[in-house]
Design a protein around this ligand. Structure first.
Ligand code: PEP
Length: 251
């Protein structure tokens, strides 16, 4: 099945509102009319509204970097799905390794967030990936299997079809050390098998799996050409419009 490529920029804790607006404008200028690749940018929460106004009317979609699963209430510092929707967010990154490492994200909280996001009609980008230690000790497949199955637990097939998975080997994030094409495709095929075992081959064949981890304009073409790599979740290179566009349309 042909899957449309999907490139999303995760700006992490970078950019003030003014900087975010400037970067969003530059991304829209370059990628705003791209129709054969889905493109999204995920600025920090405080810039979502301003960036939403910039991307309006273009093909660049808006994403958030996290969400809380509860609808409202005494959850100081948290942001709900309804709040994200109110500013035009469509995609939500869930389970990024930095959330897992620094902020106690678990497979269970990932699942709660996926359920809340789907119930709100938003589109999850579910991050999975092993640490270097887990790869070295041969636990990479069991870890990613647990993360994938944990995220999709209790999710209907119709909802699963709206999810994107991002395979982000932790050792490749922000390190400049990119997974080899063989390492990336092997894991993408493995993740697709897990989705197939939960649903069926058609569903597994339709869900997009992005690669994330030091993807840059000079390595994007080879990674995006792989049979099971359907796009990228981009950190560092998403902070420069030229570099980001060089991944959206690699030469
Ligand atoms: C990320 O944080 O999702 C990521 C892939 O970062 P980088 O591209 O900087 O490795």
């Amino acid at each position: 099945m042909a899957r449309k490529k999907f490139i999303a920029g995760n700006w992490k804790m970078n950019t003030t509102i003014d900087e975010a607006v400037a970067l969003a404008k530059a991304v829209v200028e370059k990628a705003g009319q791209v129709a054969d690749v889905d493109v999204a940018i995920c600025p920090p929460f405080i810039s979502l509204k301003a960036v939403s106004d910039v991307v309006k009317g273009s093909n660049v979609k808006l994403g958030a970097q996290d969400v809380h699963w509860e609808a409202k209430g005494a959850f100081t510092g948290k942001i709900s799905c309804a709040m994200l929707k109110s500013v035009g967010v469509q995609y939500v990154i869930i389970g990024h390794s930095e959330q897992r490492t620094y902020f106690h994200e678990t497979n269970e909280t990932v699942n709660k967030k996926v359920k809340a996001v789907l119930a709100a009609g938003l589109l999850p980008i579910i991050c999975v990936g092993e640490t270097l230690d887990e790869r070295k000790t041969g636990k990479l497949f069991s870890v990613v299997e647990g993360q994938t199955k944990g995220a999709f637990a209790g999710i209907s097939k119709a909802d699963a079809l709206t999810c994107t998975v991002a395979y982000e080997p932790v050792w490749a994030i922000g390190t400049g050390e990119v997974a080899t094409p063989d390492q990336a495709n092997e894991m993408h095929i493995f993740i697709r098998k897990q989705i197939s075992s939960l649903y069926d081959t058609d569903t597994a064949g339709a869900v997009r799996i992005q690669y994330g981890g030091s993807m840059k304009p000079d390595n994007a073409k080879a990674l995006l050409a792989l049979s099971d790599v359907d796009g990228g979740l981009i950190g560092g290179a998403a902070l420069k419009a030229d570099d980001f566009f060089g991944i959206v349309k690699p030469k």
